[in-house]
Design a binder for this molecule. Sequence first.
Ligand code: TRP
Length: 381
Amino acid sequence: MSKIILTGDRPTGRLHIGHYVGSLRRRVELQESGLFDRIFIMIADAQALTDNADNPEKVRQNIIEVALDYLSCGLDPEKSVLFIQSQVSELTELTFFYMNLVTVQRLQRNPTVKAELQWRGFSESADGADNKAGTPVGFFCYPISQAADITAFKATTVPVGEDQEPMIEQTREIVRKFNATYGETLVEPEIMLPDNAACLRLPGTDGKAKMSKSLGNCIYLSDSEEELRTKVRGMYTDPTHLQVSDPGHVEGNPVFTYLDAFCRPEHFEKFGDCFHGKKVSFDFHSLDEVKAQYRAGGLGDMMVKNFLFEVLNDTLSPIRARRKELEKNLPYVYEVLRKGSEIARSVAAETLADVKRAMRINYFDEGVLEALIEEQQKKYQ
Ligand code: TRP
C-alpha cells in the first residue's frame, strides 16, 4: 500500500515556532526522507471559517502568509502538493456523507471540540438574535470535515500536534464505520506525533501553556532578528531565580523548554561564547551541563537567554532569508497553490467516486444506469 501524508493548518495567522517544532520541521524531514509516495499539505481555509464566519477577510489574508511560511521552511512543491482546502469541493461532499456516520453525542465528547467550545465562548446557549452565542453547526462538525480531508487523499499518516489526536481518532472511527457499512473503501490513518516532549506543546514566551496570537506570546517564523532578540530578552523564566547565585528551576521554565526543542550539539561550539562573561565564565558542551549549573545557581538568566537567542536565530535566519525572497515573487507562490489545488482536486475526485460507488449512489456512471433501469423495470412488469 502506498504511504501517503496529509496534514495542514488553519490560516488564521502567521506560523510561529510552536508550529515549527510541533509539525513543520518534521514535515520537511519526512518530505526529504523519500519514505512517502505522496505528501499533501493543506491550507485549511474552510475549516478556519467554521469559527471565523464573520471574518472571512482574516482567513483570506492569511493564506499567503501560511504559504510563505511553508515554502520558507523548506516544503518543496516539486515533492509535496500544497493546496487550499476550499478549492477542493469534493471535500464538502464527502463531509456530508460522513455526517451520517457520526452522532451528535460522539462529537460532544471530542475533547478538542469541548475545549475549543469553551475558550471560543461558543458553549453558552444561543439567544437567537446574536449568532455569536451558541455553537455554529459548521464548527461543531469540523472533526467530520477533517475526516474528509484525510480520507480524500487516502492518507496513511497524519503528522500533527497532540491537540489533533481526538480528530484522528474520530477519523479512524468514521473509516471503520464506512467500510463496515458500505464495504472496504477508505484507508484508516495513523497519527504521527512529535518525538520530543518539548515539541509536543511549546509554551508561550510568557510561560503560558499555549502559544497564541491573542495572548501575544508568540515568536513568529517571520519575526525579524531584532523582534526575536526583544522577545527572547523579555521571556518569562524561573520567578524564584532572583539572584544569579540562587538555585534555578529548569522545569516549567520556557527558556529551557525552547532549548530542549531547538538546541543541537554543534550550538555549543558555535555560540559557547555566550557563557563567557567578565565576572563568571563557563565552558558548556551540552544542554545537560547548562541545566545542572542553572539548578546549582551561579548561572544568570541573561546568559542563557543570549544563548537561546543565538540558537533560535541559527534556525530562523535561513527561513527568514528565504521568506524575503519569496515575498518578492508572489505570483510564483500563488501558482504553487493553484497547481497544487488542481492536483488535490483530481485525487479527491477519485476517492469521492469510490465513495459514491460503495454507497451505490453513482446512478449515472458508465454501465450503472443500464443496470439500474433494468432493476427498476422489474417493479412495473
Ligand atoms: N485542525 C488542524 C488545525 O487546527 C488543521 C487541519 C484541517 C488538519 N484538516 C486537517 C490537520 C487534516 C491534519 C489533517 O491546524
